[in-house]
Design a protein around this ligand. Structure first.
Ligand SMILES: Cc1cc2nc3c(=O)[nH]c(=O)nc-3n(C[C@H](O)[C@H](O)[C@H](O)COP(=O)(O)OP(=O)(O)OC[C@H]3O[C@@H](n4cnc5c(N)ncnc54)[C@H](O)[C@@H]3O)c2cc1C
Length: 325
């Protein structure tokens, strides 16, 4: 039997493939289940669906996985032990598996305003690639000052007529080249020393209240159609901290990513010999695989997460078939 931790597009795609391969998967879908797609409204870029609500897409993947015999438990894994036969523990029980796929995703970081939560999917987003298309010829803001914020702003200039980057400091943290792209783009404007203190609008975003710190503190409203938070992401991998190798931000390293990581960071302490390069989606622990946003901080899409979930399923299937240890 195979255990899958995570009930988003990565974990459920692994489930569909491993169920059809007769590996009787058990998915721990988390509590609350569903992952990041539950935070958005319409998804228009998942292949096969012209338009679908994020929650309906998750429901459809769950239904397909269950139709092939997947058992889904809507509970969190609170600890794991990969030192022998891999086991996972919920608040109620410990389960032992022959192989495990980790697909616990990541979380966008938010400002923590009530108005931000209320207007998520109604003009508040954390994904320009996903939602930029809905802001054609509109005025939007990007909150943040790192590489992600620069990328989000750059992406949004393809759609929006005006992109205001709001940053709480007087300089960006982003790499110089990324900063220059934003600063030289005629559609972008930067507001330094500025923070967002409220998001305005009842049914959808109509503006924001900002606090400008320099030279004196000033509060002001801006009329806008959308706000993109780009203040970082955090992988949901705390529970695997000492069980599998991760990068310094906690993203799980799989063989293919560890190889690239080692080339890019030759001084890193990652022991590349722990990884079996025959299985690109296997972690530093043999028999434990990983997929989706808990591994990938580059693409972060439902489609890419599903693809990684499928690849992890095929790797796990081959690993089990060959009886490897
Ligand atoms: C606001 C927003 C809008 C987006 N819009 C789009 C879009 O339009 N199109 C698109 O392609 N992508 C979109 N994305 C990105 C997309 O949602 C993610 O790339 C995708 O969901 C990642 O899939 P995943 O399965 O790796 O992780 P997630 O979807 O994050 O799923 C992780 C799963 O793991 C579970 N979990 C976490 N910890 C544990 C634990 N300890 N035990 C058990 N389970 C656990 C969670 O409950 C969840 O079920 C959007 C993201 C955001 C934030």
């Amino acid at each position: 039997m195979i255990g899958i931790i995570g009930g988003g597009p990565a974990g459920l795609s692994t489930a569909i493939y491993t169920a059809r391969a007769g590996l009787t998967p058990m998915v721990f879908a988390g509590s609350p289940p569903g992952g990041q797609l539950m935070l958005t409204s319409e998804v228009e870029n998942f292949p096969g669906y012209q338009k679908i609500m994020g929650s309906d897409l998750v429901a459809s993947l769950r239904k397909q996985a269950e139709a092939f015999g997947t058992k889904i438990i809507d509970d969190n894994i609170t600890s794991v032990d990969f030192s022998n036969e891999p086991s996972v523990t919920t608040s109620k029980q410990t389960y032992i598996f022959r192989s495990i796929v980790i697909a616990t995703g990541a979380q966008a970081l938010w400002l923590g305003l009530d108005s931000e939560t209320r207007l998520r999917g109604k003009g508040v987003s954390a994904c320009a690639t996903c939602d930029g298309f809905f802001f054609r010829d509109k005025k939007v803001a990007v909150v943040g000052g790192g590489d992600t914020a620069m990328e989000e702003a750059q992406t949004l200039t393809k759609f929006a007529k005006k992109v205001i980057v709001i940053h709480r400091r007087d300089s960006f943290r982003a790499s110089k080249i990324m900063q220059e792209r934003v600063l030289n783009n005629p559609k972008t404007e930067v507001m330094w020393n500025t923070s967002v203190i409220e998001i305005l609008g009842e049914q959808k975003v109509e503006g924001i209240t900002i606090k400008i710190q320099n030279p004196t503190s000033k509060i002001k409203n801006l009329t806008l159609d959308g706000v993109f938070m780009a203040i970082g992401h955090k992988p949901d991998t705390e529970v695997f901290k000492n069980a599998v190798a991760t990068d310094e931000k906690g993203y799980i390293l799989t063989s293919s990513i560890a190889a690239v990581f080692k080339i890019q960071n030759p001084k890193s302490k990652i022991d590349i010999d722990l990884f079996d390069m025959k299985y690109q989606n296997m972690t530093s622990v043999h028999g434990v695989f990983a997929a989706g946003d808990c591994v990938d901080h580059t693409y972060r899409q439902a489609g890419t997460a599903a693809g990684m979930g499928i690849a992890a399923a095929l790797d796990a299937e081959r690993w089990l078939e060959r009886g490897e240890k």
